[in-house]
Design a protein around this ligand. Structure first.
Ligand code: SAM
Ligand code: 2KA
Ligand code: SF4
Ligand code: MG
Length: 232
Protein backbone atom coordinates (compact mmCIF):
# COMPACT_ATOMS: atom_id res chain seq x y z
CA UNK A 1 0.00 0.00 0.00
CA UNK A 2 1.33 3.44 -0.85
CA UNK A 3 0.72 6.47 1.33
CA UNK A 4 0.41 9.77 -0.43
CA UNK A 5 1.33 12.79 1.66
CA UNK A 6 0.22 16.12 0.37
CA UNK A 7 2.03 19.24 1.51
CA UNK A 8 -0.08 21.76 3.39
CA UNK A 9 -0.91 24.80 1.29
CA UNK A 10 -0.51 28.28 2.77
CA UNK A 11 -2.70 31.05 1.39
CA UNK A 12 -0.84 34.32 1.03
CA UNK A 13 -2.47 37.60 0.04
CA UNK A 14 0.81 39.37 -0.72
CA UNK A 15 4.52 39.34 0.10
CA UNK A 16 6.83 42.32 -0.23
CA UNK A 17 10.09 43.83 0.96
CA UNK A 18 9.78 47.09 2.89
CA UNK A 19 10.63 48.76 6.20
CA UNK A 20 8.74 47.68 9.29
CA UNK A 21 6.61 50.76 9.91
CA UNK A 22 5.42 50.16 13.47
CA UNK A 23 6.58 49.41 16.98
CA UNK A 24 10.04 48.52 18.24
CA UNK A 25 11.42 47.53 14.84
CA UNK A 26 10.14 50.60 12.99
CA UNK A 27 12.63 51.46 10.26
CA UNK A 28 14.06 47.94 10.03
CA UNK A 29 14.13 46.27 6.59
CA UNK A 30 11.77 43.30 6.55
CA UNK A 31 10.01 40.93 4.18
CA UNK A 32 6.29 41.00 4.93
CA UNK A 33 4.25 37.86 4.39
CA UNK A 34 0.57 38.76 4.56
CA UNK A 35 -1.49 35.60 5.08
CA UNK A 36 -5.07 35.57 3.81
CA UNK A 37 -8.11 35.53 6.12
CA UNK A 38 -8.86 36.74 9.64
CA UNK A 39 -10.99 35.32 12.44
CA UNK A 40 -12.28 38.78 13.53
CA UNK A 41 -13.55 40.08 10.14
CA UNK A 42 -14.41 38.42 6.84
CA UNK A 43 -12.54 41.24 5.07
CA UNK A 44 -15.54 42.41 3.03
CA UNK A 45 -16.85 45.96 3.38
CA UNK A 46 -20.43 44.71 3.76
CA UNK A 47 -19.25 42.63 6.70
CA UNK A 48 -17.34 45.42 8.48
CA UNK A 49 -20.28 46.66 10.58
CA UNK A 50 -20.93 43.16 11.92
CA UNK A 51 -17.25 42.35 12.49
CA UNK A 52 -15.57 42.03 15.88
CA UNK A 53 -12.71 44.17 14.54
CA UNK A 54 -14.17 47.10 12.60
CA UNK A 55 -11.27 49.51 12.04
CA UNK A 56 -8.94 47.27 10.02
CA UNK A 57 -6.80 49.13 7.48
CA UNK A 58 -5.88 46.05 5.43
CA UNK A 59 -7.10 44.01 2.46
CA UNK A 60 -6.34 40.38 3.26
CA UNK A 61 -8.97 38.67 1.09
CA UNK A 62 -7.84 36.12 -1.46
CA UNK A 63 -4.37 35.51 -2.89
CA UNK A 64 -4.32 38.09 -5.66
CA UNK A 65 -1.84 40.65 -4.27
CA UNK A 66 1.83 41.23 -5.11
CA UNK A 67 3.56 37.79 -4.98
CA UNK A 68 0.32 36.34 -3.57
CA UNK A 69 -0.67 32.74 -4.12
CA UNK A 70 -1.14 29.26 -2.65
CA UNK A 71 2.20 27.85 -1.62
CA UNK A 72 3.77 24.79 -0.02
CA UNK A 73 6.18 25.58 2.82
CA UNK A 74 9.20 25.18 0.56
CA UNK A 75 7.71 27.36 -2.18
CA UNK A 76 6.84 30.02 0.38
CA UNK A 77 10.28 29.98 2.00
CA UNK A 78 11.97 30.31 -1.40
CA UNK A 79 9.71 33.18 -2.41
CA UNK A 80 10.35 35.06 0.85
CA UNK A 81 14.11 34.38 0.67
CA UNK A 82 14.22 35.76 -2.86
CA UNK A 83 12.63 39.02 -1.71
CA UNK A 84 15.52 39.63 0.72
CA UNK A 85 18.57 41.31 -0.82
CA UNK A 86 21.89 39.51 -1.17
CA UNK A 87 23.44 40.37 2.16
CA UNK A 88 25.25 38.87 5.12
CA UNK A 89 22.36 40.03 7.28
CA UNK A 90 19.86 37.21 7.79
CA UNK A 91 16.37 37.79 6.46
CA UNK A 92 13.85 39.34 8.86
CA UNK A 93 10.35 38.12 8.07
CA UNK A 94 7.17 39.68 9.46
CA UNK A 95 4.22 37.31 9.32
CA UNK A 96 1.01 39.31 9.27
CA UNK A 97 -2.40 39.22 7.64
CA UNK A 98 -5.25 38.89 8.12
CA UNK A 99 -4.55 36.77 11.15
CA UNK A 100 -1.32 34.83 10.55
CA UNK A 101 -1.95 32.47 13.50
CA UNK A 102 -4.72 30.86 11.43
CA UNK A 103 -2.03 29.38 9.17
CA UNK A 104 1.47 29.77 10.61
CA UNK A 105 2.34 26.43 12.21
CA UNK A 106 5.37 24.72 13.73
CA UNK A 107 6.30 23.12 10.41
CA UNK A 108 6.56 26.47 8.64
CA UNK A 109 8.40 28.07 11.59
CA UNK A 110 10.92 25.23 11.48
CA UNK A 111 11.35 25.50 7.71
CA UNK A 112 11.89 29.28 7.99
CA UNK A 113 14.44 28.86 10.79
CA UNK A 114 16.32 26.23 8.73
CA UNK A 115 16.74 28.89 6.07
CA UNK A 116 18.13 31.35 8.63
CA UNK A 117 15.07 33.58 8.90
CA UNK A 118 14.38 35.66 11.99
CA UNK A 119 10.60 35.45 12.39
CA UNK A 120 8.31 38.16 13.73
CA UNK A 121 4.52 37.98 13.93
CA UNK A 122 1.74 40.54 14.13
CA UNK A 123 -1.20 38.85 15.87
CA UNK A 124 -4.51 39.69 17.50
CA UNK A 125 -3.66 37.17 20.24
CA UNK A 126 -6.88 35.13 20.08
CA UNK A 127 -5.25 31.97 18.74
CA UNK A 128 -2.41 29.80 20.02
CA UNK A 129 0.98 30.37 18.40
CA UNK A 130 3.50 27.73 17.41
CA UNK A 131 6.73 27.57 19.42
CA UNK A 132 9.84 29.39 18.36
CA UNK A 133 8.65 32.71 16.91
CA UNK A 134 11.43 35.22 17.56
CA UNK A 135 9.34 38.37 17.99
CA UNK A 136 5.68 38.51 18.98
CA UNK A 137 3.69 41.70 18.51
CA UNK A 138 0.31 41.33 20.19
CA UNK A 139 -2.43 43.78 19.23
CA UNK A 140 -5.60 43.09 21.23
CA UNK A 141 -9.04 43.94 19.86
CA UNK A 142 -12.09 44.90 21.91
CA UNK A 143 -14.79 42.22 22.26
CA UNK A 144 -12.32 39.43 21.51
CA UNK A 145 -10.85 36.79 23.82
CA UNK A 146 -7.13 37.38 24.00
CA UNK A 147 -5.45 34.14 25.07
CA UNK A 148 -1.80 35.17 24.71
CA UNK A 149 -0.33 36.16 28.08
CA UNK A 150 3.18 37.09 26.93
CA UNK A 151 4.69 38.97 24.03
CA UNK A 152 7.67 41.08 23.13
CA UNK A 153 5.54 44.10 22.26
CA UNK A 154 1.97 44.85 23.13
CA UNK A 155 0.72 47.28 20.48
CA UNK A 156 -2.75 48.49 21.32
CA UNK A 157 -4.70 50.46 18.73
CA UNK A 158 -6.08 53.45 20.61
CA UNK A 159 -8.73 54.40 21.53
CA UNK A 160 -10.95 51.34 21.73
CA UNK A 161 -13.52 51.92 24.51
CA UNK A 162 -13.79 48.17 25.17
CA UNK A 163 -10.01 47.66 25.16
CA UNK A 164 -8.42 50.38 27.22
CA UNK A 165 -4.74 50.08 28.20
CA UNK A 166 -5.42 49.17 31.85
CA UNK A 167 -7.21 46.00 30.78
CA UNK A 168 -3.91 44.55 29.57
CA UNK A 169 -1.88 45.08 32.74
CA UNK A 170 -1.68 41.30 33.24
CA UNK A 171 0.02 40.71 29.89
CA UNK A 172 3.79 40.34 30.15
CA UNK A 173 5.44 42.54 27.55
CA UNK A 174 8.87 44.09 27.11
CA UNK A 175 7.37 47.10 25.31
CA UNK A 176 3.91 48.66 25.50
CA UNK A 177 2.73 50.86 22.65
CA UNK A 178 -0.39 52.80 21.88
CA UNK A 179 -0.91 53.07 18.13
CA UNK A 180 -3.40 55.78 17.17
CA UNK A 181 -6.37 54.39 15.28
CA UNK A 182 -6.26 55.36 11.61
CA UNK A 183 -9.92 56.12 10.89
CA UNK A 184 -9.52 56.25 7.09
CA UNK A 185 -10.90 52.78 6.40
CA UNK A 186 -13.98 53.32 8.57
CA UNK A 187 -14.61 56.77 7.14
CA UNK A 188 -14.38 55.46 3.56
CA UNK A 189 -16.47 52.36 4.20
CA UNK A 190 -19.92 52.20 2.54
CA UNK A 191 -20.99 50.69 5.87
CA UNK A 192 -19.80 53.71 7.89
CA UNK A 193 -23.35 54.72 8.88
CA UNK A 194 -23.60 51.43 10.73
CA UNK A 195 -20.23 51.66 12.45
CA UNK A 196 -20.25 53.81 15.55
CA UNK A 197 -17.16 55.98 15.29
CA UNK A 198 -15.11 55.04 18.30
CA UNK A 199 -14.10 58.58 19.09
CA UNK A 200 -16.25 61.68 19.16
CA UNK A 201 -15.70 63.70 15.97
CA UNK A 202 -13.56 66.22 17.85
CA UNK A 203 -11.17 63.66 19.33
CA UNK A 204 -8.04 63.00 17.36
CA UNK A 205 -6.68 59.50 18.09
CA UNK A 206 -3.09 60.80 17.73
CA UNK A 207 -3.57 63.53 20.33
CA UNK A 208 -5.50 61.15 22.60
CA UNK A 209 -2.67 58.58 22.44
CA UNK A 210 0.01 61.23 23.06
CA UNK A 211 -1.94 62.48 26.05
CA UNK A 212 -2.33 58.95 27.46
CA UNK A 213 1.38 58.13 27.09
CA UNK A 214 2.43 61.36 28.79
CA UNK A 215 0.13 60.60 31.72
CA UNK A 216 1.06 56.88 31.82
CA UNK A 217 4.74 56.62 30.93
CA UNK A 218 4.82 52.82 30.81
CA UNK A 219 3.16 53.33 27.41
CA UNK A 220 5.03 54.61 24.33
CA UNK A 221 3.65 55.95 21.08
CA UNK A 222 3.77 53.88 17.88
CA UNK A 223 3.01 55.85 14.73
CA UNK A 224 2.48 54.00 11.45
CA UNK A 225 5.55 55.50 9.81
CA UNK A 226 5.10 53.67 6.47
CA UNK A 227 1.89 55.62 5.86
CA UNK A 228 3.74 58.90 6.37
CA UNK A 229 6.56 58.07 4.01
CA UNK A 230 4.40 56.43 1.38
CA UNK A 231 5.79 52.91 1.32
CA UNK A 232 3.93 49.59 1.61
C1 SAM B 1 -3.68 44.39 9.77
S1 SAM B 1 -3.16 43.77 11.33
C2 SAM B 1 -2.76 42.07 10.95
C3 SAM B 1 -2.25 41.28 12.11
C4 SAM B 1 -3.27 40.84 13.16
N1 SAM B 1 -4.50 40.43 12.60
C5 SAM B 1 -3.48 41.94 14.18
O1 SAM B 1 -4.55 42.55 14.17
O2 SAM B 1 -2.55 42.19 14.96
C6 SAM B 1 -1.53 44.55 11.56
C7 SAM B 1 -1.46 45.64 12.58
O3 SAM B 1 -2.19 46.77 12.11
C8 SAM B 1 -2.93 47.30 13.18
N2 SAM B 1 -4.05 48.05 12.62
C9 SAM B 1 -5.05 47.57 11.85
N3 SAM B 1 -5.90 48.56 11.49
C10 SAM B 1 -5.43 49.69 12.05
C11 SAM B 1 -5.87 51.04 12.06
N4 SAM B 1 -7.00 51.42 11.41
N5 SAM B 1 -5.15 51.96 12.73
C12 SAM B 1 -4.00 51.59 13.39
N6 SAM B 1 -3.53 50.33 13.42
C13 SAM B 1 -4.25 49.38 12.76
C14 SAM B 1 -3.34 46.05 13.95
O4 SAM B 1 -3.81 46.33 15.25
C15 SAM B 1 -2.05 45.27 13.94
O5 SAM B 1 -1.19 45.74 14.96
N1 2KA C 1 5.65 48.96 6.35
C1 2KA C 1 4.69 48.28 6.99
N2 2KA C 1 4.84 48.04 8.30
C2 2KA C 1 3.86 47.32 8.90
N3 2KA C 1 3.83 46.89 10.19
C3 2KA C 1 2.74 46.13 10.37
C4 2KA C 1 2.04 46.06 9.17
C5 2KA C 1 0.89 45.14 8.96
O1 2KA C 1 0.05 45.40 8.12
O2 2KA C 1 0.86 44.13 9.66
C6 2KA C 1 2.73 46.81 8.24
C7 2KA C 1 2.56 47.15 6.86
O3 2KA C 1 1.56 46.85 6.20
N4 2KA C 1 3.59 47.88 6.29
S1 SF4 D 1 -6.66 44.40 12.36
FE1 SF4 D 1 -6.02 42.26 12.45
S2 SF4 D 1 -7.66 41.33 13.69
FE2 SF4 D 1 -8.49 43.23 12.96
S3 SF4 D 1 -9.58 42.65 11.06
FE3 SF4 D 1 -7.51 43.41 10.51
S4 SF4 D 1 -6.36 41.56 10.32
FE4 SF4 D 1 -8.17 41.01 11.53
MG1 MG E 1 -0.50 47.39 7.53
Amino acid sequence: MTTVTTDKIYRVKEAFYTLQGEGTHAGRPAVFCRFSKCNLWNGKEDGRAAATCQFCDTDFVGTDGQNGGRYSKDELCSLLRDLWPNSDVSPFIVCTGGEPALQLDGTLVEAMHKRGFEIAIETNGTLPLPEGIDWICLSPKENSDVILQQCHELKLVYPQPGAMPDQFRHIEATHRYLQPMDMTAIRQSPAREHIPLFTPQDTDPVQAAVHYCLANPEWKLSVQTHKWIGID
